[in-house]
Design a protein around this ligand. Structure first.
Ligand SMILES: [Zn+2]
Length: 586
């Protein structure tokens, strides 16, 4: 397809999907829409359709409470082998709707979001309030579950899964009361899966059907039987089989569909990785139209000589972009890009990936700014707005000539109230914790938890001069993470100096080692939010743990989780109350 044909094709597609979106019948995910929009922007930056898209309201984004991954799928041939290595099996339904998380505080819903790309999802707080009940609990809990649709009425959508996405995407609340959520995990609950299920049930919320399996010899037969005889009035696409912390998806191998590659699109990620996305001849997998699939990395493309004309078989995993299961034929047209699709600078290599090493690469910078803002709790500004007001670097965020109410309001999409709020939030980023700031830098594979561990050992001022040996000494940091950190931390020193010059202040964190080496688990309600006590414990050199042989203290408040107390008693772990904890902290 020539460029001109491709442009015409994209314009047609984007219009088609935009209309569906506004008629509340979205057929593709926001991520897929963004991919098409991005391709059009590359091919024809002046296309007037782009301006129209820019003006569309984007759903507001929300940062997930923690990284929410998707499940690994074990192939059916390998399942017996997996099973032979695991004991104490628990199975639960793998629901097929939309993965969501909901934060409850004192019984009511505080925040809710979709899983999105794992880190950032869409804010569905208001919608969820209309179909998820309040809970009878004074606890602060974050739960993960699946929004589903029950029954045979599809409200004009192609299938139940599309209906869930479509209803959650609407601007109004039409049919939203037809949805429900089945829960399955307590986020950061640090307990066994079974305890999670029991706890959620005790809150009066519905859970995914689950079962603790004693005799695992017949498990595979049982699962096959269950899958062949589905009789729920909602969709499941397999079972989650778990043992301890490890879990896999068990489903029938019927979803791979063959198609042909039309083009490989290369996208720059936040950290400069150049990520291949396949555009394929449209196919339907379990009723969903698929046009794009992830192709992992440059090495995968090279090893399989993938390109226009390659035949591939594609699998749709639960709500993530579909991926290639098998490459069926090579392409005569195989080639890897030599320059960055955003900045045009020659690409380098890092392991299996091609990387753009240009520190002023526009696309990388925009993604970095978005990540930075979200991690420092600045919500509400889309990357479209950022591009329009010519924010090119993090420094620009603090430049009143660039970021001001007038300019933000002038590019459209946001009113003066929202603009004022965003600027307020940007100013507040100068008062933050070291952990949040380090996490906001967005080093590859370096979560907030990692940042916390690192900063338990080093002061913020020291992190720019750490050695490989320093890093590898920290629990949870392996050779790859350490190397990524060393490679990526360098340019942030300048940003840190800049933020200091703008008045950056860290929120006072008194760090002592009164509790050094001691681990604590808190259950029940204390006089202040649990998070505050946990922060005090960590700042005093202590650790947070779950009830196990290694735990030093279980701290209980009112309405403590009974099984934790029981287990602690069995293990002869000291059980203390809040006043005792405070005396230990002194
Ligand atoms: Zn670049």
């Amino acid at each position: 397809m020539s460029n001109q044909n491709r442009i015409e094709f994209l314009v047609k597609e984007i219009k088609h999907h935009r209309d569906l979106y506004y008629n509340e019948q979205a057929e593709i995910s926001d991520a897929e829409f963004d991919i098409m929009e991005k391709e059009l922007r590359n091919l024809d930056p002046a296309n007037k359709l782009l301006k129209e898209i820019g003006a569309s309201p984007k759903r507001s984004k929300i940062k997930n409470p923690t990284f929410l991954g998707s499940l690994d799928k074990v192939s059916m041939e390998k399942f017996p082998e997996w099973l032979s290595k695991h004991d104490d099996i628990l199975i639960s339904e793998k629901l097929d709707g939309m993965s969501v998380w909901i934060e409850f505080d004192k019984g009511s819903i505080l925040k809710a979001g979709t899983r999105g790309d794992g880190q950032i999802g869409e804010d569905i707080t208001d919608k969820v309030k209309t179909f998820v009940p309040e809970i009878k609990s004074s606890k602060h809990v974050i739960l993960r579950g699946e929004a589903i649709l029950k029954g045979d009425e599809l409200y004009g959508y192609k299938n139940r899964r599309n209906a869930v996405a479509g209803i959650l995407n609407r601007d109004d609340n039409k049919n939203v009361d037809k949805l429900s959520v089945k829960f399955y995990t307590v986020i950061d609950g640090k307990q066994t899966v079974e305890c999670d299920f029991l706890f959620i049930e005790s809150l009066g919320l519905p859970v995914a059907e689950w079962k603790h399996i004693g005799d695992k010899t017949k498990l595979q037969k049982q699962l096959d039987h269950l899958l062949d005889n589905k009789d729920q009035d909602y969709d499941i696409d397999g079972y989650v089989v778990q043992s301890g912390d490890e879990k896999i998806a068990y489903k029938h191998d019927s979803e791979a569909v063959e198609t042909e590659v039309e083009n490989i699109e290369w996208n720059v990620t936040r950290t400069g990785r150049i990520q291949p996305v396949l555009n394929v001849k449209p196919i339907y997998i379990t009723g969903i139209e698929v046009r794009n699939a992830t192709a992992f990395n440059a090495k995968f493309i090279r090893d399989n000589r993938l390109g226009k004309g390659s035949k591939v078989s594609i699998v749709r995993a639960n709500e993530v972009i579909p991926y290639i299961e098998k490459v069926l034929s090579e392409s005569p047209d195989y080639k890897l890009p030599k320059i960055c699709p955003s900045c045009g600078v020659e690409l380098g290599r890092n392991g299996v990936d091609l990387v753009c090493l240009n520190t002023s690469c526009y696309e990388q910078n925009i993604l970095k700014i978005m990540h930075f803002m979200l991690n420092l709790d600045v919500e509400g500004m889309s990357d479209t707005t950022l591009r329009k007001i010519s924010v090119n670097t993090i420094y620009d965020l603090y430049d009143p000539e660039i970021i001001n109410v007038k300019r933000i309001a002038a590019v459209g999409g946001l009113g003066t109230t929202s603009a004022t709020r965003i600027i307020d939030e940007i100013n507040k980023t100068l008062l933050t914790t070291p952990v949040k700031l380090l996490a906001a830098f967005g080093i590859s594979n370096f979560s907030e938890k990692m940042a916390q561990k690192l900063l338990q050992n080093f002061k913020f001022d020291q992190i720019f001069d750490l050695t490989y040996a320093n890093l590898i000494d920290i629990e949870g940091i392996g050779p790859n993470k350490a190397q990524d950190f060393l490679n990526e931390i360098v340019p942030w020193k300048k940003t840190y100096e800049f933020l200091k010059s703008k008045g950056l202040k860290f929120i006072e964190q008194k760090t002592t080692d009164t509790l050094k080496g001691k681990s604590f688990c808190i259950t029940g309600t204390l006089s202040k939010p649990r998070k505050e006590f946990e922060t005090m414990i960590v700042n005093s050199g202590g650790r947070l743990g779950s009830v196990s042989k290694k735990l030093d203290y279980l701290v209980t408040g009112s309405s403590a989780t009974q099984h934790k107390v029981e287990k602690a008693k069995q293990l002869a772990i000291p059980i203390i109350d809040e006043s005792k904890l405070i005396s230990l902290l002194k």
